[in-house]
Design a protein around this ligand. Sequence first.
Ligand SMILES: [Cu+2]
Length: 74
Amino acid sequence: MTIETYKVNGMHCVGCGRAIRKLLEKNAHIESVVTDTYDTEIVVTYDEAHVDRQIILDAVGRFGYKAVKKEAAT
Ligand SMILES: [Cu+2]
C-alpha cells in the first residue's frame, strides 16, 4: 500500500471533500481517502500495483479542482 498526501486547490467545504472521497473510493484498489477541507488536503491509501497516480489526479480534476502531490516531509 502507498499512502500519499495531495494538496487540492479549491476543495473548500465538506461537500467538495465528500464528493472527491466518494468518487475515489469507487476504485476497489483505493483503500481509503481522508479529506481535510481545512488544510485542503486529501490522504489517499492505495494499491500502487493497480492504481496509477494519474487516476487520482484525474478523479479530482473531474470536479474542477487541481490536486498536487505533496512531497513527504522528512
Ligand atoms: Cu465545496
